[in-house]
Design a protein around this ligand. Structure first.
Ligand code: ASP
Length: 320
């Protein structure tokens, strides 16, 4: 098995063969989840704690379901109501939780790098469920799985990621993953929503959406991250929709069989037309949600396997 990481903190640290290993196992779980016998005992006896310092609907539900389907004991910590409000630092919270001996810690945090820092203080496996604008590895993996299943491959595809690139951890993780798997990535959006120095990531940048979508295989739309904006990045939502909202007319520039993606939550009528988002002939948005559970099951399965190996090696060295 080519996966021996202690944590899943980002796509940056993964090799292409490790991404393939993760996706292959995810495919198995995706098929299994479609049968009535979707539960396994892979994480039996293990404890998974979900610590979300930022609100979430689908990612939290997805991790919770994934853990339960693998037989783990799953606990959700409502961090807004926790000691953080009383002034405890992130590290103190981590050390407190570590003392309770969890096996898997799933963390979402508004600050880039916070999950990495926390992972250095605990003994269990840590999964990054999104840290600030930095990374959202399971989102990129579920997007990759959805693309691979729809297109039959995950290489030499032309993929447009559109909208608020600057504030998006989904974009960052996807740019890295799709690049590592040898796809052509185009970024489409207004200059104000493009991070500086983005060309160094080996992508093509387009300000004109029709030009950016020309002949692409995949159109990935992003939400305007208003909670991460501290000023006027767009003239108005109406103007933004006019120039960058995906509708049937703009999609007409992509390939006829191009698929439409969105990580959710969606702002209908801002970055995407509602009817198009619901069109099952073009949109794979629901499939993305479904693949999210499978990918999280695979990631936790592989991390639990390396945790067991590490613990067994520690036991041997204690006995020696
Ligand atoms: N759900 C994704 C995230 O947590 C995308 C978004 O919020 O727009 O980054």
């Amino acid at each position: 098995m080519s996966f021996s990481h202690r944590h899943l903190l980002g796509i940056e640290a993964l090799r292409p063969d490790e991404i393939s290993t993760l996706l292959d196992l995810s495919d198995t779980y995706a098929e299994r989840n479609r049968t009535r016998t979707s539960c396994t005992e892979v994480l039996a006896g293990m404890t998974q704690i979900n610590m979300f310092f930022e609100s979430s609907t689908r990612t939290l539900a997805s991790f919770e379901l994934a853990g339960k389907r693998l037989g783990a004991g799953v606990m959700n910590m409502a961090m807004q109501a926790s000691s953080l409000k009383k002034g405890e630092t992130l590290i103190d919270t981590a050390l407190t939780l570590n003392a309770m001996r969890p096996d898997l810690l799933v963390v979402r945090h508004p600050h880039s790098g916070a999950v990495d820092l926390l992972s250095q203080k605990v003994d269990c496996a840590v999964l990054n469920a999104g840290d600030g604008r930095h990374e959202h590895p399971t989102q990129a993996l579920l997007d990759a799985l959805t693309i691979r299943r729809a297109k039959g491959r995950l290489h030499r595809l032309s993929i447009a990621i559109c909208g608020d690139i600057a504030h998006s951890r989904v974009a960052r993780s996807n740019i890295m993953l799709l690049g590592k798997m040898e796809n052509r990535v185009r970024l489409v959006g207004p200059q104000t929503l493009m991070p500086s120095g983005i060309e160094d990531f080996g992508v093509e940048v387009f300000e004109d959406m029709r030009e950016g979508l020309r002949d692409v295989d995949v159109v990935m739309m992003l939400r305007l991250q208003k909670e991460r904006m501290d000023g006027g990045f767009i003239p108005s939502e109406r103007e933004y929709y006019h120039r960058y909202g995906l509708d049937a007319e703009k999609l007409g520039y992509a390939r006829d069989d191009a698929i439409v993606m969105h990580p959710g939550p969606m702002n209908r009528g801002v970055e995407i037309d509602g009817t198009l988002a619901d069109d099952i002939n073009r949109s794979v948005i629901q499939e993305q949600v479904e693949m999210g559970v499978a990918v999280r099951m695979a990631a936790m399965d592989l991390l639990a396997q390396s945790l067991r190996v590490r613990r067994a090696a520690q036991d041997v060295s204690v006995m020696a």
